[in-house]
Design a protein around this ligand. Structure first.
Ligand code: GDP
Length: 707
């Protein structure tokens, strides 16, 4: 396998609202890049389709966390005489990182955004921007990921490029730049006009694999010139070099415009927009061109920063093989053939087979066995993967999602992707008692794969409770347990994952002293608890001075404190957003033990939080309900009865869009209710937004119900 210089590498993800066509686009990309890679071989269209069918059945390519493929821009191919020579010179190496479409899997989106350098955002040309597209768009903004867009499905009845494009400009970014416009729409959709090239592009062959450039038909020339003028103004306006020339009235060459657009896209100042129909094999090659032409290579992204775990100092790593090795494990997957795969992205240096690396997040050493690169139709074993590269390691034992792997001599912990807290939980038990242990094992495996999935044991009943991002998320977990681990389970009703916190600072003493004959018990601590900002979690600070509690007992105190934190003080929900300071205490030469200090820590924490005005917190969801105008009154009235805060009512085409914040507890069964209220014509989307205090009257009921 040929090695590609890092400038010719792209690490990208395809991001889309569910149903926008991400799977179809991905399949087409793998299909077209498969051809380009197999150039020179006999390739009957039918044989390739067969291969596609098989792949579809096995689902490997589409669900793999990362797939590698190769592409040479059609701009280059159109210019060169000798196709082979052009490919040799201009072929790029593209790693496609899988990103899921459903909001229940925000975590997957977050973790993939963290490791990719650019995104292709796919839209449905009928619906335009949908609520979840907005969600992912904001997430991509958070990680400053440069993007290009593809307006798909222009062959569908009701499709409109212009409307969809405007919805991107109005709802996502005013900086969207159209690079192609469709020739015809709906059943008349036949190809696209490339605005910069001033050419009509058609996609010929059984699967649209041949990109043919023609003169633009007369009926589209006026449109092309109108759109093109706007494009040039936008590109020039975003670039200091070009704007002067433009304002001086000089004409800008196409190459200059493309270079300017590349700079602006990488700087997240502009977003190129393409269009087509993946299903009808039109326009997908231009996405690949766009990835190469406008999205950054790993060296064009800012250096990554992290913390040196030895010194606590911030350090950075550039995407160079000469820098010390650093990589982020972004997904753990079980593979039927090789066992556990740890997908990683190398940020600097090089990961070599047989080497030892440090998991800087845990302090464990790991030996790197086999390293794999996933291609559309095969997996390739490689000796090393360098900066910017993406691969999977086989057999890592102690590495979970979000951990940093580094050179043991130059450790760095890269910023972890931030994961939302699980908001829904349910009780689960194996159908047969004999499966208890297997269930525990499989749940632990799933926790390792998915940082928004949690398992805990109810301290009162000893039941196993699992929590995740929503009903669908938990359903999938239960289903995977059955399919992959052979454990069938009974599950309880999904419940809101409440939390507890405190509203003011307080102090308390915890004493555990037993001195009756023989060796006694002696643990004694003073703790202070203080509220932290929402989302800050739990911090334990040790302020013991002068050895009033010997160092060896401090971890035991912390352990007792954390156990008590998990149990809460109001209704058995875990406490969060508080700082706990251990500032005083005493010990006994003979009788003090870890066990005694652990109990003392737990007693003190309970005492302190009870005095600190504890309250219950509940997850509040961002809800968007879309309804025909005639049902507006019913839908808003119903939301108002659900403790909703309605934030706005907008219009989208002929329907009304109601934006609201609603406690999750009120949203159970909402889809059925909404359907029956609106003759099935309204729909909604929701996602977790923040935790808020439960109003006192509601909290009283929750507390009473639990105790
Ligand atoms: P995903 O959920 O985003 O992965 O979307 P899929 O690729 O599974 O597509 C959802 C549905 O839309 C499927 O029935 C596809 O066949 C269909 N679809 C995808 N692309 C197009 C397109 O360009 N035109 C039309 N008419 N349908 C499409």
């Amino acid at each position: 396998m040929r090695e590609y210089p890092i400038e010719k590498t792209r690490d990208i993800g395809i991001i889309a609202h569910i149903d926008a066509g991400k799977t179809t686009v991905t399949e087409r990309i793998l299909f077209y890049t498969g051809i380009s890679h197999k150039i020179g071989e006999v390739h009957e269209g039918a044989a390739i389709m067969d291969w596609m069918e098989q792949e579809r059945e096995r689902g490997i390519t589409i669900t793999a966390a990362a797939t590698t493929c190769f592409w040479t821009s059609t701009w280059q191919l159109a210019e060169g005489e000798d196709e082979r020579a052009v490919r040799d010179q201009h072929e790029h190496h593209i790693n496609i990182i899988d990103t899921p479409g459903h909001v229940d899997f925000t975590v997957e989106v977050e973790r993939s955004l963290r490791v990719l350098d650019g995104g292709v955002v796919v839209f449905d040309g009928v619906a335009g921007v949908e609520p979840q597209s907005e969600t992912v768009w904001r997430q991509a903004d958070k990680y400053s990921v440069p993007r290009i867009c593809f307006i798909n499905k222009l062959d569908r009845t009701g499709a409109s490029f212009e409307r969809s494009f405007n919805s991107i400009r109005e709802r996502l970014t005013p900086n969207a730049v159209a690079l192609t416009i469709p020739m015809g729409e709906e059943e008349r959709f036949s190809g696209v006009v490339d605005l910069l090239r001033r050419k009509a592009l058609r996609f010929e062959g059984a699967h649209g694999e041949r990109v043919v450039q023609e003169e633009v038909p007369a009926e589209y020339v006026a449109d092309m010139e109108r759109w093109r003028e706007a494009v040039i103004e936008q590109i020039a306006g975003a670039d200091d070099e070009l704007v002067e020339k433009y304002l001086a009235g000089k004409s800008l060459a196409v190459d200059e415009l493309r270079a300017g657009l590349r700079r602006a896209t990488i700087a997240a100042k502009l977003v190129p927009v393409f269009c087509g129909s993946a299903l009808k094999n039109k326009g997908v090659q231009l996405i690949l061109d766009g990835v190469i032409d406008y999205l950054p290579s790993p060296v064009e992204r800012p250096a990554v920063t992290g913390t040196n775990p030895k010194t606590g100092q911030e350090e950075s790593r550039r995407a160079l093989e000469t820098e010390p090795f650093s990589a982020l494990a972004f997904k753990i997957a079980s593979d039927p053939y090789v066992g556990q795969l740890t997908y990683f992205r190398v940020y600097s240096g090089k990961l070599e087979r047989g080497s030892y690396v440090l998991n800087a997040s845990t302090g464990d050493k790991e030996r790197i066995g086999r390293i794999l690169r996933m291609h559309a139709n095969e997996r390739e074993e490689v000796m090393s993967i360098g900066a910017g590269g993406i691969g999977a390691a086989v057999g890592l034992k102690n590495t979970t999602t979000g951990d940093t792997l580094t050179d043991p001599d130059h450790p760095i912990v890269l910023e972890k992707p931030s994961f939302p807290e699980p908001v829904m939980s349910l009780r689960i038990e194996p159908k047969t008692k004999a499966d208890q242990e297997k269930m525990g094992l499989s749940l632990r495996r799933l926790v390792q794969e998915d940082p928004t999935f949690r398992v805990r044991t109810d301290p009162d009943t000893n039941d196993t409770i699992i929590s995740g991002m929503g009903e669908l998320h938990l359903e999938i977990i239960v289903d995977r347990m059955k399919r992959e681990f052979g454990v069938a389970a009974n599950v309880g009703r999904p419940q809101v994952a409440y939390k507890e916190t405190i509203r003011k600072a307080a102090e308390a003493e915890g004493k555990y002293i037993r001195q009756s004959g023989g060796r006694g018990q002696y643990g004694h601590v003073w703790l202070r608890v203080e509220p932290l900002e929402r989302g800050k979690g739990v911090e334990f600070v040790n302020k013991i001075r002068g050895g009033v509690i010997p160092n060896e007992f401090i971890p035991a105190v912390e352990k007792g404190v954390i156990e008590a934190v998990e149990k809460g003080v109001l209704a058995g929900y875990p406490l969060q957003d508080l700082q706990i300071t251990l500032y005083d205490g005493s010990y006994h030469e003979v009788d003090s033990s870890e066990a005694a200090f652990k109990i003392a820590g737990s007693i003190a924490l309970q005492g302190a939080t009870k005095r600190a005005d504890p309250v219950l917190l509940e997850p509040v969801m961002k809800v968007e309900a879309i309804t025909p105008e005639q049902f507006m009154g019913d839908v808003t009235g119903d939301l108002n009865s659900k403790r909703a805060h309605i934030e706005g009512i907008g219009e989208r085409g002929s329907v009304k869009v109601i934006s609201a914040k609603v406690p999750l507890a009120e949203m159970f069964g909402y889809s059925t209710k909404l359907r029956s209220m609106t003759e099935g014509r309204a729909s909604y989307a929701m996602e977790f937004d923040y935790y808020a205090e439960v109003p006192a009257n509601v909290a009283a009921e929750i507390i009473a119900g639990r105790l």
